[in-house]
Design a protein around this ligand. Structure first.
Ligand SMILES: Nc1ncnc2c1ncn2[C@@H]1O[C@H](COP(=O)(O)OP(=O)(O)OP(=O)(O)O)[C@@H](O)[C@H]1O
Length: 256
């Protein structure tokens, strides 16, 4: 589904060069919920920007469902972004003047023709994300967690091949974060949506099926969930400790 192939991104010129991504390769299968972790400056945002077709690599390439991102013009990239990708970012980006329902359907009403099954899709994502009672409200009348669920609904109403999430729980308290993560796991399972999520947080990452760790722009290691979420959480903490050369300390995944 996603192939990141020897991806390198160098910013700046000559005396001021920063290698943000350094020959990074990995793959993601359809239906996976993959987390990307790594220390600050590891290249996570750079990777996400390239996957989102917002930036281009210096070398190497990315394929999403057999589409070579480098083969597209700017206009094609914009269409690809709108039609094939869904985005969930930390600061929701909802339009204050539109009710929840119109915020969710925005990616489908923005560029005509509006699909004939718009109401049906709205009903389905509203149901999936527990938003049906909130459809007539405006963003200002929602909690932060509810707003982020609206953003998640908006991200999947187009039936994207891939959802890219950047610290989606960053603005939420732990209760709202847990709720959102349960919904993301549900989207992954029930809507059969492939999700790639960048996060610093081991608790957030423990809702994924697999975590890819990057350091200094290069692949470092990965951890796959086999047993309980608590075990997976502990493995993530271990790997975070080893990536930063520190010692591990386990805490309870549900009290983090
Ligand atoms: N536009 C840019 N120009 C020059 N250097 C950049 C630019 N964007 C990022 N970098 C550098 O590239 C490296 C990777 O940055 P990136 O933002 O991808 O890391 P990150 O893993 O997302 O970090 P964080 O966890 O702190 O958000 C860093 O050294 C950063 O300073």
């Amino acid at each position: 589904m996603v192939k990141v192939d020897h991806l390198t991104k160098i910013y700046g010129h000559r005396f001021n060069r920063v290698t943000a991504l350094n020959d990074l390769s990995f793959g993601v299968d359809a239906g996976e919920f993959v987390g990307i972790m790594g220390p600050s400056g590891a290249g996570k945002s750079t990777l996400l920007n390239i996957l989102a077709t917002m930036d281009t690599p210096t070398a190497g390439g990315v394929w999403i469902d057999k589409t070579d991102l480098s083969s597209m013009s700017k206009a094609q990239s914009a269409d690809f972004r709108r039609e094939q990708l869904g985005f969930i970012f930390q600061d929701f980006d909802l339009l204050d003047d539109l009710p929840v329902s119109a915020n969710i359907t925005l990616p489908l009403t923005f560029v005509p023709p509006v699909p004939s099954d718009l109401d049906d899709r709205l009903q389905k994502v509203g149901d999936l994300l527990g938003l049906l009672p909130l459809m007539a409200r405006y963003p200002a009348q929602l909690s932060l967690g509810q707003r982020q669920r609206v953003a998640a609904a908006r991200a999947i109403i187009t039936h994207p091949r891939l959802v890219l999430a950047d610290e989606p729980t960053g603005s939420l308290d732990s209760l709202a974060a847990t709720e959102l993560l349960r919904y993301l796991a549900k989207i992954n399972l029930e809507a059969d949506t492939t999700i790639l999520m960048v996060t610093h947080d081991a608790f957030t990452a423990s809702f994924c099926n697999r975590i890819i760790f990057i350091r200094d722009g290069a692949y470092f290691a990965e951890v796959t969930r086999h047993g309980s979420r608590q075990d997976f959480f502990n493995s993530i903490i271990d790997m975070q400790a080893s990536i930063s050369g520190g010692r591990r300390h386990h805490v309870d995944a549900d009290q983090n």
